[in-house]
Every structure is written in C-alpha cells, then in structure tokens.
Design a protein around this ligand. Structure first.
Ligand SMILES: *Cc1c(COP(=O)(O)O)cnc(C)c1O
Length: 360
C-alpha cells in the first residue's frame, strides 16, 4: 500500500498500525455496531473513556491527583476556558509569549479580563525563546500559561518556568508524548488531538484536583472544567470516535516503549533534518536560533520565496506532503510528530541534499 511521506502540521500522520486497527473495527466495534453508532451512555463508551484516561495517566507517570478530561473545541477553546475558569479581578492570568499560538491564548484571555505578559520573544520575531528561569510572576496570579512547543515557528522550550505557588498551565498540543517532561510540575496541561494524539475532534485536559477546586467563577456549565470532571466527560455528547482513536494511539505509544523510547527516535528524526540544514552552507537557513529548535516542527527558509515554492512543488512530486510553512510566516516546515517514521525523515534529508545539488 502506498503511504505518502506526511509532514503535515496537523491534522497529521497517524501510525499505520492504528489506522488498520480502526479499520478492522470500523463497522463492528462490538455487538454488530460501530463505535460511531453507539450511545455515549453505553457501558462500552464509559469503559473506553475510563481505559483511555488510565493509559494517559500511566504514560505521563501521573497519580490520581490528576484527572483526564475529554472535550471538543480544540486547544483554541482552552484559550478561552482557562481564563474563564480561573481568572478574576484580583488574580491575573500570566502569559509567556513565545509564538503565535501563545499570543492567541493571551489575546483570548484579554477578552475575559486581567491578562498579563510576563515574558515575550515577539520583539525577536519569535526566532528565540524568552528566558523563563527568573520570571517575575505576581504570587497572587491565578496561573502562568505557556506553550511548550511553538508549532508555527518551530521552537521548543527545554527549560520550564517555575512560578512558585502559582499554578503552571501548559499548552502541549504539539509535543505531548513526544519527550519526557516534568508533567507533575504542571497543575494543568492540554492538547488537541490532531498533532500527536489522534484525529481532530477531541481535546485532552489533564488537571490536578487543587486547580479543579479553584474553578469558582460563575460561568456557563459547558465551559466549566468541573462539569467535565463530575460527569466523566459525558455531560454532553463527546467526540467518541476521536477518543477511541486516541486510545489506540496511546496503546501504540506504550508498545513503542513509552515516551522514553519515542523521544530517542524523535531526536534522531529531527537531527537528520537539522544536519542537512546546518551543512548546506546557508542554502537552507534554520528559522530558529539553535538552542531553541523544536524536535517536532523543523522550520527553515531559502534564498527567496520563488525557490521555496519550487521546493514545495518538487517535494510533492517526490512523495512528500505538508512541507509549506504556515501561511503567516512562510518558508518551509517539516512536522515530524511521533507517528512520522524515521524513514520519512531519511527520505526528506536525501531529497533536500539532492535538491540543493540540482538547483543550488
Ligand atoms: C495546533 C495548535 C493549537 C490550535 O489547536 P486547535 O485544535 O486548532 O484549536 C494551539 N496551540 C498549539 C501549540 C498548537 O499546536
């Protein structure tokens, strides 16, 4: 079966094994029904949720102080829910700005109220990351929000902020399960599924009980984290199929040896591409300063837009997809999420070297 070398930023590549498993069960999950035809109130779906929640906590190494919630609305809905649930006139929402998605989160918080920037690399055009080891965060702040991997620009935090007693909230949409992190230093983390976790539709929120208790604002039921926690994420009809696929992906992650083994491969994958960039004599120019480069989204530019366009066109003829940079920044981007096989990165590295030989 032909599989394209898929470097799309999201929705993105899924493990072939997982697609086959889902295909096998597509028509009959159990009892002559597809999972898509079952009531979300059925025991099957309840059990599916419980098992998915358990595997998630197990892979992250988190204990029962944390709850796993499933929602819709993507990471973008979390941008709104976080301030709605936790921010107040007295307690600001503090933000580290490191790329366009973190700025979007901050702007959404501004519509709710008291949002504050505590560090930003916008003046550097997002080419580096702000220092976060010595942040001045108001000790009364409701939370400190930051984005562990900046999907559009291609940067990734290797040092994490510590804000004392202020709860740390991480948007991990584009690097959850791709590398080891001190997950237990977060009061909450969230990710929409379509980068590392499964098909679009579901968003996962992992939240610690003490932060959950702090949701005291009078807000609509559907936007309150407590509603999801108290109803096992079954208050309204959730995206069941997307969550089922997430479970298959989590089981796949376990079979690979968990995050530790996945990370080793991800480092090799990213290095294959960065090595080509760095040894191209400036033909390929990395967008991000070296210490801040992302292992998930590898970004670079070329001499001019015309050549970049030609690169994308030719890459498509050679069996690659998704290499054009985000429309807001241009250039090139290879998103090498967990499910992208190392062979795809080898093929791309080879293509880049060959392209330079032919057109350089
Ligand atoms: C993709 C992405 C988002 C937006 O996710 P949606 O599911 O489209 O709302 C937010 N943050 C990060 C870091 C992302 O990579």
């Amino acid at each position: 079966m032909y599989r394209i070398n898929n470097f799309n930023p999201g929705p993105a590549a899924l493990p072939l094994e997982v697609l086959h498993q889902a295909q096998d069960k597509f028509i009959a999950y159990r009892n002559g029904m597809s999972i898509m035809e079952m009531s979300h109130r059925s025991r099957d779906v309840e059990q599916l949720f419980e098992e998915t929640q358990q595997i998630m906590l197990e892979i992250l190494g988190l204990d029962s102080q944390y709850q796993v919630l499933f929602m819709s609305g993507g990471a973008s809905m979390q941008f709104a829910m976080v301030p709605l649930n936790f921010m107040s006139a007295k307690r600001n929402g503090s933000y580290v700005l490191s790329g366009s998605f973190s700025e979007k989160a901050y702007k959404e918080a501004q519509t709710v109220g008291n949002a504050k920037i505590v560090a930003s690399s916008k003046p550097q055009n997002w080419c580096s990351l702000p220092a976060v080891n010595d942040l001045r965060v108001d000790p009364e702040a409701a939370y400190l929000h930051f984005t562990t991997n900046n999907t559009i620009e291609g940067s990734q935090f290797h040092d994490f902020p510590s804000a004392g007693s202020v709860p740390l909230i991480g948007d991990m949409t584009s690097d959850l399960l791709s590398r080891k992190m001190a997950f237990n230093e977060f009061s909450m983390l969230y990710a929409s599924a379509q980068k590392n976790l499964g098909p679009a539709g579901a968003t996962v929120v992992v939240i610690r009980d003490d932060l959950l208790k702090a949701c005291v604002n009078p807000i609509p039921t559907i936007l309150n984290y407590k509603t999801y926690a108290q109803n096992n994420s079954l208050y309204n009809t959730p995206p069941v199929h997307s969550i089922y696929m997430m479970k298959l992906v989590l089981e796949w992650v376990k079979r690979q040896g968990g995050i530790t083994e996945i990370e080793k491969v991800n480092v090799q994958k990213a290095n294959l591409l960065y090595d080509v960039i760095d040894s191209s004599g400036g033909y390929y120019k990395g967008f991000i300063e070296k210490p801040f480069r992302s292992m998930m989204n590898i970004t670079w530019r070329m001499r001019d837009e015309e050549l970049e366009k030609l690169f994308v066109q030719e890459s498509e003829l050679h069996g690659f997809d998704g290499l054009a940079g985000h429309r807001s920044v241009g250039g090139l981007r290879a998103s090498a999420y967990n499910a992208v096989p190392i062979q795809a990165c080898k093929d791309l590295a080879e293509f880049m070297i060959d392209f330079q030989k032919r057109k350089g």
